[in-house]
Design a protein around this ligand. Structure first.
Ligand code: TA6
Length: 296
């Protein structure tokens, strides 16, 4: 079902028969809402979010492509999240029940405009399939194809803003022994020594070579987010904490307590595509009640 968002840009909603839902904007190909079958919003969006194209809305799951961060010639996190995407007419959408599908999907497409080619001269097609399963699991599958140009390299991230009750009661399991690049100290490389990752100050790290599954446990809400990924070797973990929050106009001063970015990403090593080659990056998010938060 296509609705309009608060600035007139098209938004497509998928509702599962059990009441879960997801909404994605043609602006930026950005998932802006993911609700469980009780209607609870699982993604964070800042109360001070500014929907003013071309800037991306602060929250949901912006698509960072072809660059992550500001270590390149493009705007922060690349241009994909700031562009208007189109519905991919070549991809027949999935619907619940059709040939016993247990998910419904919407397919979006981004191709470079003449202007884009001026600042990033590569012929690509970026296709994004957003699906919602009968159980309310959200999956995003991105496919980047090099449309017979010259070889090109890119970084990619699903910039996922999870909604949490209290960041100081949240921990991440699955990254315990990994190396990470610390954005707070010029991307210096460290090795995680701890057990689960907990939060008591600003964190901005790229965990490299992370496993396919990690768990984000929200103690207070007794909810665990399971993050599954393929084709995305890294996990970016970011919470701005109080001081950094105050420097962001589109972020409330104490909203850092209710959010955590856990981005499935390919950042440390760029992905290179030869002409005609295609890369696929999959993210699957589940939100499961954790009766006892330590059972993982
Ligand atoms: O998540 C990592 C990061 O690069 C942080 O350094 C911070 O800048 C965050 O992304 C937010 O970026 P954005 O452009 O969405 O404000």
């Amino acid at each position: 079902e296509v609705t309009k968002d608060w600035n007139g840009a098209d938004q497509i909603a998928i509702r599962s028969p059990r009441g879960a839902s997801v909404r994605v904007c043609l602006h930026g190909g950005q998932v802006v809402s993911w609700r469980n079958d009780r209607g609870e919003e699982l993604l964070f969006t800042s109360s001070k979010a500014i929907f003013k194209p071309p800037r991306a809305t602060r929250g949901g799951i912006p698509i960072c492509f072809p660059q992550f961060g500001n270590c390149g010639t493009l705007e922060q996190h690349g241009f994909a999240r700031n562009k208007i995407w189109t519905i991919d007419e070549e991809a027949p959408p999935l619907n619940y029940g059709d040939n016993n599908n247990n998910k419904a999907s919407v397919d979006l497409l981004l191709k470079p405009s003449e202007d884009d080619l001026k600042c990033w001269p590569h012929c690509f097609e970026l296709r994004l399939r957003v699906s919602l399963s009968m159980d309310g699991d959200l999956s995003l599958i991105s496919r980047v194809r090099n449309v017979n140009g010259k070889p090109f390299s890119f970084a990619f991230a699903y910039h996922t803003h999870l909604s949490v009750s209290d960041i100081s009661e949240v921990r991440i399991e699955g990254l315990e022994t990994l190396d990470y690049l610390d954005n707070l100290s010029q991307r210096e490389r460290f090795t995680e020594q701890g057990d689960a990752i907990t939060f008591e100050s600003e964190v901005d790290r790229v965990y490299v070579g992370s496993p396919g599954v990690i768990a984000v446990l929200d103690h207070e809400k007794k909810r665990t987010f399971i993050v599954r990924k393929e084709g995305l070797p890294d996990i970016v973990v970011w919470n701005p904490w109080e001081k950094k929050s105050k420097t962001m106009a589109d972020f409330g001063d104490d909203e850092y307590k209710q959010m955590l970015c856990v981005d499935a990403a390919a950042v440390e090593r760029a992905i290179t595509l030869k002409p005609g080659e295609e890369w696929t990056g999959k993210l699957e998010l589940s939100a499961v009640p954790s009766t006892n938060c330590s059972d993982h």
